[in-house]
Design a protein around this ligand. Sequence first.
Ligand SMILES: NC(=O)c1ccc[n+]([C@@H]2O[C@H](COP(=O)([O-])OP(=O)(O)OC[C@H]3O[C@@H](n4cnc5c(N)ncnc54)[C@H](O)[C@@H]3O)[C@@H](O)[C@H]2O)c1
Length: 287
Amino acid sequence: MATFGILRRSLSTTTTRNAIKNVTVIGGGLMGSGIAQVAAQTGHNVTLVEVNADILKKAESSIANSLGRVAKKLYKDDAKAVKDSDLIVEAIVEKLEIKHKLFKSLDEAAPTKTIFASNTSSLSIGEIASVTNRKDRFGGLHFFNPVPVMKLLEVVRIPETSEETYQALMAWGKAVGKTCITCKDTPGFVVNRLLVPYIAEAIRMMERGDASARDIDIAMKLGAGYPMGPIELADYVGHDTTLSISEGWHKKFPENPLFNICESQRKLVQQGKLGVKSGEGYYKYNK
Ligand SMILES: NC(=O)c1ccc[n+]([C@@H]2O[C@H](COP(=O)([O-])OP(=O)(O)OC[C@H]3O[C@@H](n4cnc5c(N)ncnc54)[C@H](O)[C@@H]3O)[C@@H](O)[C@H]2O)c1
């Protein structure tokens, strides 16, 4: 861990009664910085660990902006990030081998009491946990983007997760202001398991020419009361993200037609048309 940048926020004036007080968030990108922010805002001592110095700096300023004057201390050194952690939340790149490497080293470095959690969207929590010797103290904490805004937290139990760990994760989720639901370690948990096939079916409707993108979106907004239509949502989430989730599931469960790949989406990704973030997906956007 010696080469990692570390950002620590300690809110010593705020007290919390829940058992989890010291939290280490690993990965300071989109999700990790949001998780660190909500944890710090709710009175936890938060350490953010990131391999990329520029991203750490960006996370630091976005957290500082939103915390304002409540933020009391800032340490930035190479001290051991997990030494006093009650909970480590991993939010690094969505690659099983990289998560394995990280959790193996964390398992050696962290105290026995430390609970490990992954924020993975599409990988199996059990598979991630398999390289550690603390599966009873392992679970999934699946936050949603943007973390400070989205109220839901999916708390994922693997068969080995102890009742104590599960209760601690639920209590911590509540303490950071989220509404927690519990689910098993199945692909996509609840939200993505429903959302990814739904988006894919909408794309397939469009590919077949059953209806236009705009009409499918209008239909679901006005007919089902959804705030966004599925094609708009696909553009918003990013086609690289959704495609990589579908490809992972399709490879693992080739017999399940719900996980089939949409050819038009694959083509968009090949062309760099990733959706809102690149300025074009199924729709065009003014950057
Ligand atoms: N983007 C979403 O909407 C979303 C929603 C829920 C869950 N997730 C999950 O959250 C995780 C992170 O996603 P993201 O969108 O924040 O990605 P991101 O690319 O914005 O951030 C990942 C960060 O991790 C850093 N990193 C990589 N390896 C590291 C290591 N070994 N140690 C420390 N830092 C490391 C990278 O430098 C990067 O800053 C993924 O598992 C993803 O599936 C994403």
